[in-house]
Write a protein that binds this ligand. Structure first.
Ligand SMILES: Cc1cc2nc3c(=O)[nH]c(=O)nc-3n(C[C@H](O)[C@H](O)[C@H](O)COP(=O)(O)OP(=O)(O)OC[C@H]3O[C@@H](n4cnc5c(N)ncnc54)[C@H](O)[C@@H]3O)c2cc1C
Length: 474
């Protein structure tokens, strides 16, 4: 790679994920001398793992399908879903420029999306319009598309890139412009100097201590990109910036982990969306009590209900008849698969009676017995939690309990920036020369204390384009 520590770069991009690659591509095309540095052996970041759901209003694909949609409606949906807890300025910057990003990906870079797309939603609270897109290969569909121009620019010597190189410090000149950031230093002791430094280092989910500190809950799941260790958060804070939105953590409605360890890999993800499969089972907390109507249509309501439970944990409780008669609950798993793990895997429990089941699973036994008795007795009347779909009692042994862990795969808190993506100090002034984008800004900036579909990957690339085509100067 053509990197010279002595050169002065127009733009130094730290991190080559969705945000960093986009910044580098657009800045280089605008004539900047760009250096990209990434700790990983290759580009892509979280796109290697991500579902890659994107969202944008006013795209060419929407228009071709006759869908009238506007950024104003996208913003309104995010305000509605997040109960106005997101950062309106950053959300507007993202959604009012998102269509151009999607058009670039789909039309200019040829990224394929599924034929029925855009759609209204999946996994997260639905938008009011069909503005949700993803490719057949999920996050890797985005990676394949963006990597092509990124690699071409590297191969042609227009972008210089260093992989396997960790940035550990920002070079700051206290004399010049209030602590202007003038470069970066690597773990190997090299320094690279530049006019603009863009932090695009992603989240912090792969650092359990930082996860606990920022979110106030343990990092239960090991499901994030392994280089997402919060480097940009630390670098930005050391340069005078600060992190925000620590109070907006939200967990998903949960996955089954493969062990009791913290963090543990995800084993499987039971379907809990009533629109995909109505729940035949009960959901109880560690105390053995139901805490939400299992067929509650709002995933946001279900997630916030789980967030309030001990250890963000719920148990799916059912009996042999439900296992036999209900449609599969875990994608790709038969009833036999569940039976064979029950009693044999730390998250799958089985017993001939509910009290024994509760003891094996770590649930309050007296309460679980009472909860199931109450549920069965009420089947012909109103459910106390308002559940409507109640096809069978939980009555025929053996009884089962599957432990499900509320968790998160993205980072909630983030480095504070202003509307020009400049890293800011607590007093609101910018750290000169330092910019940030992508998941480093935190999901809460774009979604508040909720999950809004496509509002991490799309803003990451959108902000990269905005930085490279106008915000940055050199
Ligand atoms: C399983 C999963 C599913 C997801 N699904 C979706 C989805 O459907 N829709 C959506 O919008 N978002 C989704 N996301 C989130 C989304 O993919 C990410 O937020 C987005 O890709 C992040 O891009 P980024 O460029 O900000 O950071 P990253 O992709 O994390 O890239 C950061 C880069 O910085 C590098 N780096 C880190 N530290 C250093 C350092 N000290 N020095 C040099 N380099 C460093 C890393 O190696 C990495 O390459 C998902 C994430 C996961 C894990």
């Amino acid at each position: 790679m053509h990197t010279s520590p002595d050169a002065r770069w127009d733009v130094i991009v730290v991190g080559a994920g969705a945000g960093g690659m986009s910044t580098a591509i657009f800045a280089a095309r605008s004539g900047a001398r760009v250096l990209v540095i990434d700790a990983a052996p290759e580009e892509g970041g979280a796109l290697h793992l991500a579902t890659g759901q994107l969202s944008a209003a006013g795209t060419r694909l929407q228009r071709a399908k006759g869908i009238g949609d506007t950024p104003e409606e996208h913003l309104a949906d995010i305000v509605r879903i997040s109960k106005d807890t997101a950062d309106r300025e950053l959300v507007w910057l993202a959604v009012s420029n998102a269509a151009t990003t999607i058009d670039w990906l789909l039309d200019d870079l040829g990224m394929p999306v599924l034929p029925e797309h855009p759609v209204r939603g999946q996994n997260h609270e639905h938008y009011s319009q069909d503005r949700y897109y993803w490719g057949p290969d999920l996050g890797r569909s985005i990676l394949a598309a963006v990597r092509r121009p990124f690699r071409e620019l590297i191969d042609n010597g227009v972008i210089s890139a260093r992989f396997g190189t960790e940035v550990v410090r920002l070079v700051q000149d206290p004399a010049a412009g209030g602590g202007r950031v003038t470069g970066v230093a690597t773990a190997a002791g090299e320094e690279f100097l530049g006019t603009n430094v863009v932090l695009a280092t992603g989240g912090y989910n792969a650092d359990p201590a930082l996860f606990q500190e920022f979110n106030g809950v343990p990092a239960y799941a090991d499901a994030s990109y392994r280089f997402a260790k919060g480097a940009g958060h630390k670098l930005g804070v050391a340069a005078g910036g600060y992190t925000r939105n620590h109070d907006k953590y939200l967990c998903s409605f949960g996955s089954v982990l493969d062990s009791q360890q913290i963090p543990a890999p995800v084993l499987c993800r039971p379907v809990h969306w009533p629109e995909m499969r109505m729940p035949w089972e009960l959901y109880v907390n560690v105390e053995g009590r139901r805490f939400v109507a299992e067929d509650e249509p709002s995933v946001d309501v279900r997630e916030h209900a789980l967030l309030a439970q001990t250890d963000l944990r719920r148990y799916i409780v059912f009996d042999e008849r439900i296992l036999r008669e209900a449609p599969p609950m875990i994608p790709g798993w038969s009833a036999g698969d569940i039976r064979s793990r029950a009693g044999d895997h730390p998250m799958f429990h089985v017993a001939d009676d509910l009290a024994t089941l509760a003891k094996a699973a770590g649930i309050d036994a007296g309460n679980l017995v009472a909860t199931v008795e109450e549920y069965n007795a009420n089947l012909d009347g109103d459910d106390p939690l308002g559940r409507v779909f109640r096809p069978l009692p939980v009555a025929e042994g053996p009884f089962y309990a599957i432990r499900v862990q509320g968790m998160s795969i993205t980072s909630t808190a983030g480095l504070a920036v202003d509307g020009d993506l400049r890293v800011i100090r607590p007093d609101g002034t910018a750290v000169p020369g330092l910019y940030a984008l992508g998941e480093l800004l935190g999901s809460a900036a774009f979604m508040g204390n909720a999950f809004c579909g496509g509002m991490l990957a799309t803003p990451a690339m959108t902000f990269g384009r905005l930085l490279g085509t106008g915000i940055l100067t050199w």
